[in-house]
Design a protein around this ligand. Structure first.
Ligand code: F6R
Length: 260
């Protein structure tokens, strides 16, 4: 696992965006996207590269991590719509190649199985961008999620619903209680995991995920079991890490041939 302590939110986003863009230039056919605020800087960097003719998403498939259950198609806070509004509509993604679990399906377990099948048919995902919940969730795998789980329904914790109420006019009653999310096993199938965490509110979760025990109680600790992980944090999110000096030294002395 590589731990990068960026100067600030902007640098963190640019670095994550560069990593994803490098994968696409290197021929990635499938990439994994996340919603929420953490990946927005990475999306901005990729939009910039696209506008400067440095990057093209022609023929690239995208897979989102998760989707709320019960929001009608086109709802501004559905993750399908969120990713259009924040990223894919600004670049040359084919909308038909942008995949989300179908949270409005009548048969949710069938929708979960469909999503797993679509990823398997088009995978592996070359690079998956991730945020982390203040409670250590990854995707919407809340504490207690099986470390080998696949796409399925999850119930959001009260904390996650409160954290996300900001996207729903700060009205908790509007935040769905259930989601369809890629499982920790599904996420782990991606070849390179890039997690971004910004701000003091993520510091405890980052320390638990990176330096704590691997445990279903901190779902993001599954990163420790993956062969290729980059965690990008700002100094606040790094506040509770023990080995900060080592992480900085390793990054400053990274061999030039080690691309990602
Ligand atoms: C989003 C997702 C979540 C978020 C996490 C952090 O698709 O799966 O795990 O990444 O809740 O959210 P932000 O980035 O808004 O702090």
């Amino acid at each position: 696992m590589e731990l990068v302590i960026a100067e600030n939110l902007v640098d963190a986003g640019v670095l994550a965006g560069q990593i994803m863009a490098d994968h696409v230039r290197a021929g990635a056919r499938s990439i994994g996207l996340a919603t929420g605020s953490s990946p927005l800087g990475a999306y901005r960097e990729m939009i910039r590269q696209y506008n400067d003719d440095e990057l093209s998403f022609e023929g690239v498939q995208a897979f989102l991590l998760d989707e709320y259950i019960g929001l009608p198609a086109g709802h501004p806070q559905s993750y399908r719509q969120f990713i259009r509004d924040e990223f894919v509509s600004y670049v040359n993604f084919d909308d038909a190649l942008v995949h989300t679990p179908d949270g409005s399906a009548a048969d949710i377990p069938a929708a979960a199985a469909d999503y797993e099948r679509t990823i398997a048919e088009n995978g592996p995902v070359a690079v998956q961008i991730l945020g982390i919940g203040a409670n250590g969730h990854l995707g919407f795998n809340e504490p207690g999620s099986s470390l080998r789980s696949r796409t399925r329904v999850k119930t959001l914790t009260p904390q996650t619903r409160e954290d996300n109420a900001r996207f729903f006019d700060n009205d908790l009653s509007k935040v769905p209680t259930h989601v369809l999310t890629q499982g920790l096993g599904t996420i782990s199938d991606a070849e390179h995991l890039v997690m971004i965490a910004i701000g003091m509110g993520k510091a405890e979760a980052v320390a638990a995920a990176v330096e704590g025990p691997v445990s279903a109680y901190c779902p993001a600790s599954i990163l420790q079991m993956h062969p290729h992980v980059t965690v990008i944090v700002d100094p606040s999110a790094a506040s509770y890490l023990k080995s900060v000096d080592y992480y900085r030294f390793a990054f400053e002395n990274k061999p030039a041939w080690q691309n990602f």
